[in-house]
Design a protein around this ligand. Structure first.
Ligand SMILES: [Ca+2]
Ligand SMILES: [Ca+2]
Ligand SMILES: [Ca+2]
Length: 255
């Protein structure tokens, strides 16, 4: 609750970067957040995924001190009725020379899933042309990720990430949380190794760029959805904020 209050206080409205305080006054914010939460001390033994990154601790706690250099996208649309209790509130993206870091703030009730779709080479040739027909029903997360997505011509889906449960860490071979290669065979996804930890109100993940076959000159595109884990129905919650959940018209670019 304290962290949420601090995040809310730091939100500047509908700017794409809603954590100006961390940049404007990093010493103050870092001190304040650490003393308030203590949660980023990583009691489970999680360590920063990349020593060259600005202190990321993949623990499911979005600490403004670690994400201050990230790009932020927020959603301000209230969730529609059928999905009450669920929400997507914030997407944070950061990339260094070796690793992609993402955080998704939100909430999730049983039977629903957060789904993230990634283009590893925006405007490149790889991936699924629109409509991107993902159809792998073997595996709970794979089923949740299986959608028919309308995408712009430059956004061809290669990989996906998803979560069916909050408040836990992904395990090796996890059937309900983590990364998938969906572009190579959209009828049978392949698991991709990354690190993911969710608290009750946020998930953080890091993944080596090599595991996403990202070339240094390529731009990454990312779009997030929330919906039923089994029925294919999507909520109105989107990140970045978008008009139609089954169409990706607005996506985050990670240069
Ligand atoms: Ca963290
Ligand atoms: Ca599968
Ligand atoms: Ca692609």
């Amino acid at each position: 609750m304290l962290l949420l209050a601090v995040l809310a206080a730091g939100c500047g409205g509908e700017s794409t970067d809603n954590i100006p305080d961390a940049t404007a006054n990093p010493t103050h914010d870092a001190t304040t957040i650490d003393s308030l939460t203590g949660a980023d001390a990583a009691p489970d033994g999680q360590v920063a995924a990349d020593a060259s990154a600005p202190g990321f601790v993949i623990d499911g706690v979005i600490n403004p001190a670690e994400w201050g250099a990230a790009n932020s996208h927020v959603n301000s649309i209230a969730v529609d009725g059928a999905f009450a209790g669920n929400a997507l509130s914030q997407l944070l993206t950061y990339r260094d020379s070796t690793t992609l870091y993402l955080a998704i703030g939100g909430s999730l009730t049983a039977g629903n899933a957060i789904m993230l779709y990634l283009d590893h080479d925006l405007a490149g040739a790889d991936g699924l042309a629109s409509p991107a027909s993902l159809d792998d029903s073997a595996g709970a997360l794979d089923l949740a990720l299986s959608r028919v997505l309308i995408t712009p011509s430059e956004f061809r889906v290669d990989y996906a990430f998803g979560v069916l449960d909050m408040n836990r860490a992904a395990a090796p071979g996890d059937e309900r949380m983590g990364w998938r290669d969906v572009g190579t065979n959209p009828l049978s996804f392949a698991q991709v190794v990354g690190e993911t930890v969710c608290s009750l109100d946020a998930c953080e993940t890091s993944i080596p760029l090599a595991n996403l076959a990202v070339n240094p000159s390529d731009q990454i595109g990312v779009a997030v959805r929330l919906g039923s884990a089994t029925s294919g129905v999507l909520s109105n919650q989107t990140l970045p904020q978008d008009a139609a959940p089954n169409s990706i018209n607005v996506y985050a670019t990670v240069p």
